[in-house]
Ligand binder design. Structure first.
Ligand SMILES: NC(=O)c1ccc[n+]([C@@H]2O[C@H](COP(=O)([O-])OP(=O)(O)OC[C@H]3O[C@@H](n4cnc5c(N)ncnc54)[C@H](OP(=O)(O)O)[C@@H]3O)[C@@H](O)[C@H]2O)c1
Length: 162
């Protein structure tokens, strides 16, 4: 399984339910990377998608609410159930897409993390684990760099689980 995430320099990912950095190039990268695969997310993140399930991808949503049943996604009630469902799926095509609680719970099951690292900081209430301070992870590659229209420099980083 892979994680894909956009962070600020203090590894923040969201505030009051919203993303922090708006960047079309990153959205394009996310879409191209995950297209055709399976995306796994928490109920809060799923409900933030303006058009419902992400098209062209199998959408799996984590929720403990047994009556939660969106028409366009599969719902699992636990981390174990998510892992069981993915047991026969090519792990290279499974993408963990957030949010904070689901990243934290499933990151130990990921072998790779694609991190859009934005050189900025801003108020936040949701964070991704800091992979630079985790001995289980190392920065393997920088796949590209750029600057958002609002002037924030960013890097597409690939971290690998050691
Ligand atoms: N920067 C990025 O790349 C990125 C990506 C995604 C999200 N985000 C940000 O992350 C924030 C949302 O994160 P969040 O932690 O609040 O929400 P979340 O992880 O998206 O969803 C949390 C919900 O998922 C379900 N859930 C979580 N763990 C579960 C488990 N072990 N078993 C069963 N269900 C489980 C629960 O749903 P029920 O309440 O229905 O039980 C829980 O309330 C937002 O600010 C969003 O913008 C950022």
């Amino acid at each position: 399984m892979n994680a894909i995430v956009s962070v600020t320099k203090d590894w923040a990912i969201g505030n009051e339910g919203k993303l922090l950095v708006h960047n079309r190039e990153d959205m394009r990268f996310f879409k191209e990377t995950t297209m055709g695969g399976t995306v796994i997310c928490g109920r809060t993140t799923f409900e933030s998608f303006p058009g419902g399930a992400l098209p062209g991808r199998r959408n799996i949503v984590l929720s403990r609410n047994t009556s939660y049943a969106p028409a366009d996604a599969e719902v699992v009630r636990s981390i174990d159930e998510a892992l069981q469902l993915m047991a026969n799926v090519d792990p290279n095509k499974v993408w963990l897409i957030g949010g904070a609680r689901v990243y934290e719970a499933l990151l130990p099951h990921c072998s790779r993390a694609l991190v859009t690292w934005n050189n900025t900081s801003m108020p936040a209430d949701a964070y991704f684990p800091n992979l630079d301070k985790d001995d289980c992870w190392h920065l393997a590659n920088t796949l590209g760099t750029g600057t958002t229209p609002s002037g924030i420099p960013f890097e597409f980083r690939e971290y690998l689980h050691v």
